[in-house]
Design a binder for this molecule. Structure first.
Ligand code: BJW
Ligand code: ZN
Length: 252
């Protein structure tokens, strides 16, 4: 289906009291200049993310992993939300039951003004003690860019700090899982800018569909989810979401 036709179809389906849940991935921040994981600039110094975003990699070489995070924090700090983030922030104010689950750790949804974002994979702006020492809080905010010493040290025990993100093989925060499960109860579920290969996030759209939601994918290319969902819109998120928003504004 052509993008314009898909947008028209969605415009007819969405009502002022529709319960909308959106799952976002790295593609939403691409137009802001944040590299995606599996895109052409996803490799950092020839390391694929699967080799860096693991506890094993950190145990083996915390300095290398922190250099990657230092580089990403520096890059993200200079990025601004784009039209996709801003549209979703407007929807969070407009629709009475709007939930945003993001796999992104960059904080751009919050910067755009969306509140109560469900951060599925944590935040790149949080840190915690690798040893979870008794004197330290479970995690805390630290926007230092770049850390002058890499790897940075825990101020409570002098051991290693780690980023407050979820690595491969680590479980999702139970509170986050609970809030995400509640958000599957919706009328429309959008999966936007994600390659839909990393679980359990990749399973959320199909779960929402089983709960009765109409499911939509917005991505510049097809993904393993494309054929499992009700509608696949192959175009940039920063174009599709504002165009749909414009149509909705003319309706209600
Ligand atoms: C655009 C665009 C534009 C571009 N507009 N679109 C079931 C089956 C198989 C494997 C597993 C399974 N369950 C669990 C696993 C293992 C593993 C996994 O999924 N592996 C697969 C890769 C095979 N999962 C885990 O390990 C998870 N943990 C877990 O399940 O724990 C179980 C457990 C329970 C109890 C105790 C212990 C364990 C954890 C996964 C953590 C993922 N972490 C990362 C790093 C986060 C920190 C950081 O940022 O540094 O999360 S990996 C990375 O991938 C990051 C992302 O959030 C995630 C998803 O990537 P995303 O967002 O989809 O980005 P891309 O780059 O892949 O895609 C971008 C898309 O945008 C592309 O499609 C583009 O086309 C598109 N795009 N421009 C619209 N303008
Ligand atoms: Zn400590």
């Amino acid at each position: 289906m052509k993008t314009e036709d898909a947008i028209q179809q969605l415009g007819r389906r969405i009502k002022p009291d529709s319960r909308i849940t959106v799952l976002t991935g790295a593609g939403v921040s691409a137009a802001s200049g944040v590299p995606t994981f599996r895109g052409p600039d996803g490799l950092w110094k020839n390391h694929p993310p699967e080799q860096l975003a693991t506890p094993e990699a950190f145990r083996r070489d915390p300095r290398l992993v922190w250099e990657w995070y230092n580089w990403r924090r520096e890059r993200i700090r200079g990025c601004q939300p784009n039209a996709a983030h801003l549209t979703l922030a407007a929807w969070s104010r407009r629709f009475p039951e709007f939930r945003l689950i993001t796999q992104n750790v960059d904080g751009l949804h919050e910067k755009a003004g969306t509140e109560n974002v469900i951060r599925f994979h944590g935040s790149i702006w949080e840190v915690l003690c690798w040893d979870r020492c008794a004197g330290s809080p479970p995690r805390w905010w630290d926007e230092t860019v770049p850390f002058p010493m890499v790897p940075p040290k825990c101020p409570h025990c002098g051991g290693l700090l780690r980023p407050g993100v979820v690595w491969f093989g680590e479980g999702i925060d139970p509170d986050v899982l609970e809030r995400s499960a509640a958000a599957l109860n919706c009328d429309l579920f959008f999966s936007v800018g994600t390659s839909a290969v990393v679980y359990p996030a990749a399973g959320l759209a199909s779960q929402a569909r089983r709960h009765g939601a109409y499911t939509i994918e917005v991505n510049v290319e097809g993904t393993p989810a494309s054929n499992l969902l009700d509608l696949s819109v192959q175009a940039p998120a920063e174009e599709v979401l504002p165009a749909l928003d414009l149509l909705l504004q003319s309706k209600f």
